[in-house]
Design a protein around this ligand. Structure first.
Ligand SMILES: N[C@@H](CCC(=O)N[C@@H](CS)C(=O)NCC(=O)O)C(=O)O
Length: 200
């Protein structure tokens, strides 16, 4: 299999962490790609031009990080990242993580292309408020004890999103005033799969 990714995309990092957690690292060739440079092979794999994109063993191409995660969960080994006994809670967390990624990534990319003043626009303000609301929700739901079971797709999505906010929007300073969420994050992000995929 081949996975198109780069070192700064939260979506690609999530797919890569899932790949590692499911024992599939040796089955996947990493294809480092700049999605903004019209990489012809990426466009062939994913006409949306976005990373992550996965080419499976039978040549099928998959886009969208959550769909890639779902596929890897199905073919990988070890504990399920989508345990049936708490599926709704896992998907709930994955949704919060994805929402945080989307709001943070949109903030970063619109600033880059349109200037920092875009933060003051209606859409910029909506993203800013979404980030704060999601952080508050996560802080009310997560503490260190919740990081003690088997890791899930929800944990991975939220922990990657928090890392991304710290990496690209350090002014948000999400750990400030949220010590329990910080403790939860430290436990999840201490995993080998997180350490090997740190943003750079
Ligand atoms: N919903 C998609 C989002 C993927 C995404 O936006 N990736 C960014 C990099 S972080 C990208 O490739 N952007 C290039 C573009 O939009 O042209 C997913 O979950 O995979």
């Amino acid at each position: 299999m081949e996975l198109f990714l780069n070192t700064t995309s939260p979506y690609a990092r999530m797919a890569r962490i899932v790949m590692m957690e499911k024992g599939l690292a040796s089955n996947v060739t990493l294809r480092w790609s700049d999605p903004w440079a019209n990489d012809a092979e990426l466009l062939e794999a994913n006409p949306a031009g976005r990373i992550p994109a996965l080419i499976t063993e039978d040549g099928t191409t998959l886009g969208e990080s959550l769909l890639i995660a779902y596929f890897l969960e199905g073919i990988g080994q070890g504990e399920s990242l989508l345990p049936a006994t708490r599926l709704s809670q896992v998907l709930h967390l994955a949704g919060l993580g994805q929402g945080l990624m989307d709001a943070a990534f949109s903030t970063v990319i619109t600033r880059k292309h349109m200037g920092a003043e875009v933060d003051e626009s209606v859409l910029g303000q909506r993203r800013k408020h979404a980030i704060q609301r999601i952080l508050e929700r996560l802080a009310s739901e997560l503490d260190e004890d919740k990081a003690s079971g088997n890791v899930t797709l929800g944990d991975i999505s939220v922990a990657v999103a928090l890392d991304y906010v710290a990496f690209r929007l350090p002014e948000v300073n999400w750990p400030q005033g949220r010590p329990q969420l910080d403790a939860w994050h430290r436990r999840i992000a201490g995993r080998e799969s997180f350490r090997q995929t740190a943003f750079e």
